[in-house]
Design a protein around this ligand. Structure first.
Ligand code: SAM
Length: 196
């Protein structure tokens, strides 16, 4: 489902009000979202978490691939954008929209461990050490064999992802404004580590 004009305008308004927090003038393209979701096995996941869901560029395509009895928890800190998300997908019981910071991830899941975490958070422009704290929280919360999918407009965060997760696959998705770097982060399996 594509964002309509009024949703794009709200996204732009949110960007103008909080450029460092929103980090992009346009929602992510359908093509870049597809390229990103292809880097993990969404249909096999029981629990997926989205960090910084915006107007739902990833939310819709995740729901399209998600199993009927699986769950998607989407965090969005901007109340206006979270309201759009709720309205857009209010008929899908698999989705829970949390209006609040992704920093609440661990607290909110009550011990449940997501198989996939999807993020388009602008890690390099978030205030203070917010980005680092969210990355560390994600590392602690995600399932042992989970996959962390990250979209960025630069490769600055790659080193940190590598330090935290160990394995980082990278793709480039040019059909997006601006072109996007996509990362799929996972922890090397214990048996692979033992034989390394
Ligand atoms: C680059 S936009 C991506 C939006 C959408 N996922 C997309 O790809 O079009 C980043 C989003 O993260 C949200 N955000 C920023 N900091 C956040 C935080 N600490 N917790 C949750 N959401 C946050 C912003 O409000 C914005 O909607």
């Amino acid at each position: 489902m594509r964002a309509n004009i009024s949703e794009r305008l709200q996204f732009l308004r949110s960007f103008l009000a909080n450029p460092r927090q929103v980090g992009a003038v346009l929602p992510t393209s359908r093509r870049a979202v597809g390229d990103m979701l292809d880097m993990a096995d969404v249909p096999a996941a029981r629990l997926i978490v989205e960090l910084g869901a915006g107007t739902g560029s990833h939310t819709g395509p995740i729901l399209e691939r998600l199993a009927p009895d699986a769950r998607l928890v989407a965090f969005e800190i901007d109340a206006d954008l979270a309201a759009i998300l709720r309205q857009r997908y209010d008929d899908d019981p698999r989705l829970e929209v949390v209006t609040g910071s992704a920093e609440l991830l661990g607290e909110h899941l009550h011990g449940a461990r997501p198989d996939i975490v999807v993020s388009a958070l602008p890690f390099t422009s978030l205030p203070g050490d917010t980005g680092r704290r969210i990355l560390e929280m994600t590392r602690r919360t995600i399932a042992e064999d989970g996959v962390f999918l990250v979209l960025q407009y630069s490769v600055f965060v790659r080193k940190t992802l590598h330090q935290l997760f160990g394995s980082v696959q990278q793709r480039w998705s040019p059909i997006n404004v601006p072109p996007a770097f996509l990362f799929a982060c996972s922890r090397p399996h214990a048996d692979a580590q033992a034989s390394a």
